[in-house]
Design a protein around this ligand. Structure first.
Ligand SMILES: *Cc1c(COP(=O)(O)O)cnc(C)c1O
Length: 405
């Protein structure tokens, strides 16, 4: 076991900002000299270029990803009392946005290989746990109407959208993508025989630009993409106190705007996003190959042929995670867990009444997952050190397990 301190961070946010310091500082000067802090050209320019990047017709900036998802749900037509279906293996912002749009989150299990929404489980939910009452699809569990599905493109890989969209269409539900971890991820639609980008498929999609995301602001920011102009305009109002014209409020909205400084900084970084994503993909390929040849006892991520993931996170599965993580920490290697407690087992959701055993795939993976260091600037040398430490730790544990027999 290597005990020297390697100092490999889980995520290096300093290097890219130092590299781009001149360009980023220029934005700050632009904003201070115009004092256009909220809205204006910088926001519009970023929205235009991000829509293009996502292959979507419209983009509306928001204060953060949670606001973006809440606005996307409300503008798409989620009403108070509705049920919105999502997965328990995600960050709590997904279900917060659903609840705060006035709806009730109901969960379905994930696929054991991709860790994303399992379309077979969605099918089972719709056929076995819902019934039609007066032509309306009603959840048996809550007695409420089911109106939307939120697949989460977790860890940078898209959910199996063809299958999810087909089910949604059959049951007249709409699909809102949680693309907060998947800027630039692509999906090959067998139905349409072409590659599609995250944020271009659902009725609307939410992105987060939290600093650690593949595209991160220097603070908080988010955005919605949509191909529906009406939804786009509704979100423009929702984020700005429900006004289309200053002080004339057509609806009650929120303060959820993207500010000009963050938009300008994001425009600078957006130019590098495709390259950073390609670097992440290369690092993932390297991890897969090295972990395999080191015979490390870790399950590596699964990328189906229809997926081009952007590896927001590189997540492996190991037995004895605590010991594994401690070994890496001791060797000076940063790790993370995304996420240690599935949503249905969170204290905040005790009132939803789920119990252990409800989502076996999610519950089996949750204690085994570990996110290894992943950032575009990671060097081959750093990666080798991580892999050697992973292999040393897992083989030590495999030997201990064999000796105990
Ligand atoms: C980051 C994230 C969000 C929320 O984004 P914020 O900008 O932090 O509000 C939502 N869903 C997922 C899956 C995320 O990873």
């Amino acid at each position: 076991m290597q005990l020297s301190s390697n100092n490999i961070p889980f995520l290096d946010l300093v290097t890219p900002h130092v590299q781009l310091e001149a360009e980023l500082t220029e934005v700050f000067h632009k904003v201070t000299r115009s004092a256009a802090f909220i809205g204006g050209r910088l926001v519009e320019e970023f929205e235009k270029s991000f829509a293009k990047f996502c292959d979507a017709e419209h983009c509306v900036g928001a204060a953060n990803g949670t606001d973006a998802l809440r606005f996307a749900l409300i503008a798409s037509g989620v009403k108070a009392g509705d049920v919105v279906v999502t997965v328990p293996n995600t960050f709590i912002a997904t279900s917060e946005a659903i609840s705060q749009a006035g709806a009730l989150p109901e969960f379905i299990d994930i696929d054991e290989k991709t860790y994303n929404m399992d379309p077979a489980e969605l099918d089972r939910y719709l056929t076995e746990r819902c019934e039609f009452v007066d032509g309306k699809l009603i959840s048996v569990r809550s007695g409420r109407p089911v109106t939307a599905v939120v697949p989460v493109h977790l860890y940078g890989q898209m959910a199996d959208m063809d299958a999810i969209v087909a089910l949604a269409e059959r049951y007249s539900l709409f699909v809102i993508e949680d693309a907060c971890q998947a800027h630039g991820a692509r999906y090959f639609s067998r139905k349409d025989n072409k590659w599609k980008t995250a944020g271009s498929i659902g009725r609307a999609a939410a992105f987060s630009f939290y600093p650690g995301k593949n595209l991160g602001a220097c603070g908080e920011a988010g955005a919605v993409t949509t191909n529906d102009a009406v939804i786009g305009n509704t979100i423009r109002m929702l984020r700005d106190h429900g006004q289309a014209k200053k002080y004339y409020h057509d609806i009650e909205g929120y303060n959820g705007r993207l500010d000009a400084l963050q938009a300008g900084l994001l425009s600078v970084k957006l130019k590098y996003l495709a390259e950073w994503n390609a670097q992440r993909r290369e690092i993932a390929v390297g991890y897969n190959r090295l972990l395999h040849s080191a015979a490390a006892n870790a399950v590596t991520p699964f990328e189906p042929a229809w997926s081009e993931a952007v590896y927001h996170l590189y997540v492996v599965r190991v037995k004895n995670r605590e010991e594994f993580q401690a070994d890496l920490t001791q060797a000076g290697i940063g790790t993370g867990i995304h996420y240690p407690v599935p949503l249905h087992q969170q204290k905040a959701y005790a009132h939803l009444g789920y119990k252990f055993g409800d989502f076996p795939v999610t519950e089996t993976m949750a204690p085994e997952i570990v996110s290894l260091p992943m950032f575009p600037q990671m060097t081959a040398e750093q990666q080798k050190l991580v892999v050697n430490t992973v292999a040393a730790s897992t083989s030590k544990m495999a030997m201990a397990a064999a000796a105990a027999l």
